[in-house]
Each structure stands twice: as C-alpha cells, then as structure tokens.
Design a protein around this ligand. Sequence first.
Ligand SMILES: [Zn+2]
Ligand SMILES: [Zn+2]
Length: 122
Amino acid sequence: MEERFIATKYRTDCYQCKNITDQAIRAVPYQAKVVCSSCGGTRVFIPKNEDIAKPGQFMKPDCYPVWSLSEEALCRNCGKRGPHELSIGCRVFTVRCENCGFTHFYKFDLEYIAESIADELV
Ligand SMILES: [Zn+2]
Ligand SMILES: [Zn+2]
C-alpha cells in the first residue's frame, strides 16, 4: 500500500478537451498527477524539492490559471493532520501545510492521454 497523501478533485475547464469536468488530483511523496475524467488528459509532476515556505513562494507566473484548493492531509514534517494548500498550474504543483509551512514542490514532467482513467486513479 503506497502512502496516499492527497486525493481530491476539482471541477474546471480541462486544458485539453475544454469541457467543464472533474479533474482528479493525486499526490504522493514521489509523484503528483492531474487526470481529466472526461478525456483522460493526464499531467504528471515529479518532486523538485521540499522545504518550509511562505504561501506562494514557489509559484511563478504560469501559462494556465493556477488552481487554489485546500485539502486535509497528514504533514510529514509536523505530524499534524490538517488543511494543506494546493496550488496547481501547468508547470508547477505545490502542497503546503498550513500549520508549519512545509511545502512539497513538484515540477511538470510529462503529459499524455490515459487509455483507462480508472487505471490512472488506483
Ligand atoms: Zn479533458
Ligand atoms: Zn506541517
């Protein structure tokens, strides 16, 4: 059983198929992923670094409106379960603990169209 850190979804227009649809969001320590439930368009992000950070510190101007979400998760740094800020753009994906500021920063790695959306979300 792998560690499931973040598992949520966000309803917005897909950058790929342009439909308003649920984008499934998954993050574990070694990978973060966004999958369109309509077209299977998948973006994979890989860890770049992790550190104590201020809100928005790792975000740079991005080519796509950045999604800002809040999600319950267990922080590896302070050990508390509580709200984490998710910021997802087309190049960056960050998860930040609101309690201690510990931030996982992932950078865009690759994108593809998933043949089976269910397979992407296990
Ligand atoms: Zn789509
Ligand atoms: Zn924390």
